[in-house]
Structure formats: structure tokens, C-alpha cells
Ligand binder design. Structure first.
Ligand code: 5GP
Ligand code: ZN
Length: 113
């Protein structure tokens, strides 16, 4: 837990979010500034600053985020989607609590900008 972290606050229910899924360990909610018709984030409730902070102990947790993300995507009506983890400012990370973006519902370009 990190007191001033935005996504920790969302995980604790201190800041509202449009939640799609929640259990003891993970939370999924819609991105406040969607970049595609479907755009949601999956986070662990425990604070990690980003992908580079993940250790062997979290391998299962990250796998669960992936599986749940896929389930939610299907429920949202998309089976083609982009998965993004940004690590570091230059990669576009703005919130330093690890989060998995899932985006879909439109054609996605490659390479990303
Ligand atoms: P990053 O750029 O760090 O990979 O992604 C952070 C994401 O969090 C952005 O897509 C941004 O729109 C989203 N975001 C920032 N603040 C909030 C918020 O208060 N609520 C929600 N639901 N999403 C947020
Ligand atoms: Zn946090």
C-alpha cells in the first residue's frame, strides 16, 4: 500500500471508479480517458510501481490479471484487443502503480506511436 498512490486509493475505495471486476487481489476498472471503445485497466491491489518491480513472487498474480483481463474483454464484447504495460516515463507511464491496459473495439495500429 502506498498512501499517496492514485490506484491504491481506487483499490481502497477512496476514489470512485467504474469497476468491472474485483476480488481480494485484483481490480479492473474503466480508464477515465478511454483511447478505444473498450479501454479498461487491471491492477493488483498490492502496490508495485511497475513491471520492473515484479519479482518471482508475483508471477502467479500477473498471470491471473491476464486471465481475468481476457474474461472481462469477452464480457465487454471484444475478442481482439491490445494489452499494454507501460514501464517508465519514456514508455508513457504516468501512474506508478502497475496496471495492465486492455484496449479494443477498433482496429489497433502497429507499430504503436
Ligand atoms: P499509464 O499512462 O500510466 O500507462 O496509464 C495510466 C492510465 O490511467 C491512463 O490511461 C489514464 O487515463 C488513467 N487514469 C488516470 N487517472 C485515472 C483515474 O482517476 N481514474 C481512472 N479510472 N483512470 C485514470
Ligand atoms: Zn499504488
Amino acid at each position: 500500500m502506498s498512501d499517496n498512490c492514485l490506484f491504491c486509493k481506487i483499490a481502497r475505495g477512496e476514489i470512485p471508479a467504474d469497476k468491472l471486476y474485483e476480488d481480494d487481489d485484483i481490480l479492473a476498472f474503466r480508464d477515465i480517458s478511454p483511447q478505444a471503445p473498450v479501454h479498461f485497466l487491471v491492477i493488483p491491489k498490492k502496490h508495485f510501481s511497475g513491471p520492473a518491480a515484479i519479482t518471482e513472487a508475483e508471477e502467479q498474480l500477473i498471470g491471473r490479471m491476464m486471465r481475468k483481463g481476457n474474461e472481462i474483454a469477452r464480457k465487454e464484447g471484444i475478442d481482439h484487443y491490445r494489452v499494454v504495460f507501460n514501464n517508465g516515463e519514456q514508455a508513457g507511464q504516468t501512474v506508478f502503480h502497475i496496471h495492465m491496459h486492455i484496449l479494443g473495439g477498433r482496429n489497433m495500429n502497429w507499430p504503436p506511436g
